[in-house]
Design a protein. Structure first.
Length: 530
């Protein structure tokens, strides 16, 4: 069959602005050379129908002449009579031909029109998201489906195109600098233009790294950043840092931070340390030039934190402590400049909390204790400044958990229980307002489980059975929400493992032991077969 349109865009007219943007993005998308597919033209009806009309002949003809149906999903689309009718008509005319879903707002539960789900169908959807980069990735996903190519292929194609742009810019800068004239005026002009070219190249490098990290991270393909990162590092390493302006140093530092974080996520610790330390040298240069600038102080404090974080991940706690001490010192500078600034209050509290963590990891519990207590006090001040902000509340619970760990190590169980129960109360207060906030539900679940594994509640008490049941229910809730989350699954597995070992020694009351053992075996078998 010969199609008139590459696609028919079905949408609720409340989503007109998004539909227009998506329509334009698809029709102007550059199709890879050699691919015979097309993304143009896309039919998008700009006339709004009322419930008293039937689908016009124009609409029916466009649906029949379209190769794919693109459904822009949102709560408005779910409630739209006409979006549902267009889906049903397309399937009637084309059978199970391609119906592509694009999530513009909400979740599949709140945004999928009922017609998409008829017959027990479970469609997948590209997500346009709120940011420019997430929108671009959503467009790329739809383009890949329409062209019949892999998403990776298009992403790599875009990466190659951006690298060619980078090479052209940097080559232009080098060529231009080589053609500098001998006169003063021409030399100044050449320097200005070379500086402009360098700034353009650096901005493009930073954009590529930042943009591609967000885009590739969402599809689990951060390894594709390696070639871009290598070229960026070569470009950076060839420059004389002492002669670069502050903005160039800052751009380079931000890019190296991202490269370090990507390496850290990949457990390439050597590369992570190299990049984060390089970023720290750059931000230190900026700070040395501008020692009273809060922007410079903050940037370098973040560099020190990330270097310390890399050492923490590789269990080098001595090196970690050194950089966390530097981070805390710079955070203190910010706080001293303005102790009423919420951000600087949080930085000071984080600095103290990290010092407590560093001392605790080195088993120096006596020195760790006052740092955690200071962090608790400062986080409480941050809550007073912004009482509706959940971040300092979460961090306060985290600091209380640190104090709990110290008390457990010292055998002070009653004090440990008091700190842990205070942390749990904070999580429960937040979850009453935001029950679907799993950023809080996960640490809440861990806090519950540690009441059991740390022996903070009496095994023979009613509280033990109640806490145990709650912790199991919360872990199951987490995995129902995200059954593929490896971190949650592993924590649950090790928790069940410890419970089963306890069952073999003592009878744990008030639980269904058979069910508990069966769940443990399920998770154990899953991990051993991976």
């Amino acid at each position: 069959m010969t199609y008139i349109y590459a696609g028919f865009l079905s949408y609720a007219h409340a989503d007109e602005a998004v539909a227009e943007r998506l329509h334009k993005a698809l029709e102007t998308y550059k199709v890879p050379k050699g691919n015979r597919g097309t993304l143009s033209p896309i039919f998008r009806d700009a006339n709004e129908l009322t419930a008293h009309h039937s689908l016009s002949e124009k609409i029916q003809g466009a649906v029949e002449g379209s190769r794919v149906l693109i459904v822009l999903c949102s709560p408005a689309a779910k409630a739209s009579h006409w979006v549902n009718e267009e889906i049903r008509l397309f399937r009637k005319m084309h059978g199970e031909a391609a119906v592509l879903c694009v999530l513009a707002e909400g979740t599949p539960e709140t945004a999928f029109p009922p017609a998409l789900l008829e017959g027990g169908r479970e469609p997948l959807a590209a997500n346009l998201g709120a940011s420019k980069t997430s929108f671009q990735l959503g467009v790329t996903q739809i383009a890949a489906a329409m062209l019949g190519v892999g998403l990776d292929e298009l992403i790599q194609r875009d990466a190659r195109r951006k690298r060619r742009r980078l090479q052209a810019v940097t080559a232009g800068a080098l060529v231009f600098s080589g053609l500098m004239g001998a006169t003063t005026l021409s030399a100044v002009t050449a320097r200005q233009e070379a500086d402009a070219n360098r700034a353009q190249a650096e901005g493009l490098v930073e954009y590529m790294i930042t943009d591609m990290k967000e885009k590739l991270g969402s599809v689990g393909k951060l390894d594709l950043l390696d070639s871009i990162g290598e070229r960026a590092v070569e470009y950076y390493d060839a420059q004389d840092v002492s002669k670069l302006p502050d903005d160039s140093l800052a751009r380079q530092a931000r890019a190296r931070h991202i490269l370090g974080q990507v390496a850290l996520d990949s457990r390439d610790f050597e590369k992570a340390i190299e990049e984060t330390q390089s970023a720290a040298r750059l931000t230190k240069e900026i700070y040395d030039r501008n020692p009273t600038s809060t922007e410079a102080i903050f940037a370098h404090s973040q560099s020190e934190f990330w270097v310390g974080e890399v050492y923490k991940r590789r269990s080098d706690f001595v090196a970690m402590a050194k950089h966390f001490e530097n981070y805390a010192a710079f955070s203190d500078k910010l706080y001293e400049i303005d102790p009423t600034n919420f951000d600087w209050v949080m930085e000071k509290a984080w600095g103290a909390n990290n010092l407590g963590l560093a001392k605790r990891f080195q088993k120096n519990f006596e020195e760790a204790d006052p740092y955690y207590l200071e962090a608790v006090s400062i986080f409480e001040k941050a809550i007073d400044i912004e009482p509706d902000n959940p971040t300092p509340q979460r961090e306060l619970a985290n600091a209380l958990t640190g104090l709990t760990r110290i008390r457990v190590e010292k055998g002070l169980k009653s004090e440990a229980l008091a700190f842990q129960e205070r942390a749990i109360a904070i999580y429960e207060q937040i979850l009453l307002r935001e029950p679907d906030d799993y950023e809080f539900r996960y640490p809440y679940t861990l806090a519950l489980s540690r009441l059991i594994t740390d022996g903070l509640v009496d095994m023979d008490s009613r509280k033990f059975g109640h806490t145990l049941e709650r912790s199991i229910d919360e872990f199951e809730n987490l995995l129902t929400h995200d059954p593929e989350n490896t971190t949650w699954k592993q924590e649950y597995y090790y928790y069940l493992k410890e419970l089963v070992e306890q069952l073999d020694k003592d009878k744990i009351p008030q639980i269904q032991t058979t069910k508990l053992r069966r769940r443990f075996i399920e998770l154990r078998d899953e991990f051993t077969t991976q």
